[in-house]
Write a protein that binds this ligand. Structure first.
Ligand SMILES: [Zn+2]
Ligand SMILES: [Zn+2]
Length: 151
């Protein structure tokens, strides 16, 4: 793996130079790319802990604090979404930015995307009395298909 040319082109700057020799801007970009890639690969609305576990396999020098900080900054700037905690106390992140909803598995803690048209429900809402709705969130919970098979 170390002598594989294509591997080296992809990750050599971070993996093979002394940590201090890498310009911090460049290091930040690489870290963010790896964090974003891990979030997409995991595709379960991963927590910072899960993303750290994934990234640290390829990039052992990365610290947990760096992963947490970058995720918070990326959510702040709108590159990813902080979708809150799903009763497990940990913040989950989403690489999907379009409006959609979530189904959280109570058994394994994974969070799946759900699409539904809420237009009809919104039309039936009462009690708004002149208030303007600007945002809404909706979370479903239960047991995912993989956990159902295990039961
Ligand atoms: Zn599950
Ligand atoms: Zn999502």
């Amino acid at each position: 793996m170390q002598n594989d040319d294509t591997q080296q082109q992809a990750f050599a700057p971070a993996a093979q130079q002394p940590y201090a020799a890498i310009q911090s801007g460049k290091r930040n970009t690489i870290q963010r790319q790896m964090i974003f890639a891990a979030l997409c690969d995991l595709d379960i609305h991963a927590t910072a802990e899960q993303i750290y576990d994934r990234v640290s396999v390829q990039y052992p020098s990365i610290s947990k604090a760096t992963v947490y900080r970058n995720l918070a900054q990326m959510a702040e700037s709108g590159e990813i979404l902080n979708v809150g905690n799903f009763n497990d106390g940990a913040v989950h992140y989403d690489h999907r930015l379009d409006k959609h909803y979530h189904f959280a598995c109570d058994a394994c803690g994974r969070v799946f995307d759900v699409s539904t048209d809420l237009g009809e429900i919104c039309g039936k809402m009462t009690g708004l009395d002149g208030h303007e709705v600007k945002n809404h969130s909706l979370t479903f919970s239960g047991v995912c298909r993989d956990c159902l098979k295990k039961e």
